[in-house]
Design a protein around this ligand. Structure first.
Ligand code: GLN
Length: 484
């Protein structure tokens, strides 16, 4: 499969070798051919996309200015609001919801003239690691359609991997951009908490949620991040910091770079082939002049427990608004008001979402709050402190993204604990608010992609993207594409 890079597409569009309409039509055709099998898109907006493409072509012809993403086909995870188009969160609860406004990131995409093709399948309310809990059914991994795309931004990763779009947006609360990127062989990045506005992202766990880019390579990832980052007063946690021009600083050589590896990330349960690919990546870095150092993240063994307590607690509060009256699906048959709430929520939410609401409500209730929620917050602080200590001696921390390559559809669906444990390497990044990225670092013998995770100190996306980009100069794994 030929999957052109973001940079190639931009130069073809700029030179006039390709029009935005041609590029949009090619991608709409590809979606029509492949989406039945892959189930990455849950809604497609051909009319809106073609109209936008024509407008860009017209402006280019008349010499009017166009944005940095002009003509590039992009897809958006279906938990990010786009005016007048369905935004369902993969849930029956929001099956008929059409937001009256655009999310901040969608406004940014429009301002930069990206061509938005449609919405991408998530796990229901972004709760999951496999994109199997959506009402639209599972997204399939293009490398092996019997396998999971990862989650919860599975639709976003598959759309990029299969060339249905050039760029995609996902959200990462506990690995939901990085893990599907790793399973599908694309680049996915979670920015520093507060770097990208959450305005218009339907909240799962607000202290952890962050929107981020997915692309075929680090250049595309950096460009998309550049376009969506920046202060927004409608999100009180949005940071008022400058947005660097990351695409212009990617060529920093690796010499002198200090890479940390945490023993805790090479633990029991890590698949042998995944470990080997990650160790090969470290050797490649060393050959280019970087040095590798051991660091310790001793509290990471508590990360899964702390994360699921905090995320579920916040979810139980955030999802309280879906009561069938203010928001969400309303049951048709009910007795009194309390029964209307119960019936609406009972019908609207799927079983994984219900499990989390119950867990979170329990953890926050009087008598248990100190033992669970408060304790989890204390662990969260320790985890952040571990990173702070490690980043005194190294510039970035490298390791696996997930303990295994893509697992089979259905394999973990009825075993929530097994599903949760697979998040072990990604969730600490969110608990500590740090930026993290997954870049392709190899294939298993069975031809499944493996991702390398890199983590950096808060707000040091510059270094993170440089290191990831330099890795792509040393290896060609990001150029591997699935045969569909
Ligand atoms: N797998 C994690 C969860 O289920 C992370 C999800 C996410 O990042 N949205 O909560």
């Amino acid at each position: 499969m030929n999957r052109p890079s973001t940079r190639d597409l931009i130069s073809q569009l700029n030179s006039g070798a390709l029009t935005a309409r041609q590029l949009t039509e090619t991608h709409l055709d590809r979606i029509a051919t492949l989406n039945g099998r892959l189930n990455a898109f849950v809604s497609v907006d051909p009319d809106g996309a073609l109209q936008q493409a024509d407008d860009i072509d017209r402006r280019r012809q008349t010499g009017e200015p166009v944005g940095r993403l002009a003509g590039l086909p992009i897809g958006i995870k279906d938990n990010i609001c786009q005016k007048d188009l369905p935004t369902t969160c993969g849930s029956r609860m929001l099956q008929n919801f059409r937001p009256p406004y655009d999310a901040h990131v969608v406004e940014r995409l429009r301002a930069e003239d990206a061509v938005i093709l449609g919405k991408l399948n998530p796990d229901e309310f972004a709760m999951g690691s496999s994109t199997e809990t959506s009402i639209f059914g599972p997204t399939r991994n293009p490398w092996d359609q019997t396998r999971s795309a990862g989650g919860s931004s599975g639709g976003s990763a598959v759309a990029v991997a299969a060339g249905l779009v050039n760029l995609a947006l996902g959200s990462d609360t506990g690995g939901s951009i990085r893990q599907p990127a790793s399973f599908c062989g694309v680049v996915g990045m979670k920015p520093t908490y507060g770097r990208v506005s959450r305005y218009g992202l339907i909240a799962y766990a607000s202290s952890l949620d962050q929107i981020g880019p997915l692309a075929g390579d680090v250049y595309g990832t950096s460009l998309l991040l550049e376009c969506i980052a920046g202060h927004d007063r409608r999100d009180s946690t949005s940071l008022d910091v400058e947005t660097p021009a990351w695409t212009t600083t990617l060529d920093q050589p690796l010499k002198g770079l200090r890479i940390g590896i945490a023993d805790e990330y090479f633990s029991q349960g890590l698949d042998g082939e995944v470990e080997q690919r990650v160790r090969d990546a470290l050797k490649a870095f060393e050959s280019a002049g970087a040095t590798v150092h051991s660091v310790s993240l001793p509290h990471s063994k508590y990360a899964v427990a702390a994360y699921y307590l905090i995320a579920c607690s916040e979810a139980s509060s955030n999802l309280a608004r879906f009561d069938g009256i203010h928001y969400g699906h309303r049951a048709e048959k009910f007795g009194d008001l309390a029964d209307l709430y119960c019936q609406s929520r009972g019908e609207g939410f799927g079983s994984e979402v219900k499990r989390r609401i119950m867990l979170g409500t329990y953890a926050l209730s009087a008598g248990y709050y100190d033992a669970y929620y408060l304790k989890a917050l204390k662990v969260r602080r320790r985890i952040a402190d571990d990173f702070a200590a490690a980043f005194k001696i190294v510039d970035v921390i490298a390791g696996p993204v997930a303990p295994t390559p893509a697992f089979r559809l259905g394999e973990k669906l009825n075993d929530p604990l097994a599903m949760y444990l697979g998040d072990i390497y990604t969730i600490s990044t969110n608990l500590a608010g740090l930026p993290g990225i997954s870049v392709p670092c190899g294939l298993t013998a069975g031809k499944l992609p493996v991702g390398l995770q890199l983590q950096a100190p808060a707000l040091n996306e510059t270094r993170l993207l440089q290191v990831a980009h330099q890795f792509q100069q040393l290896t060609a794994w990001h150029l591997e594409t699935p045969k569909i």
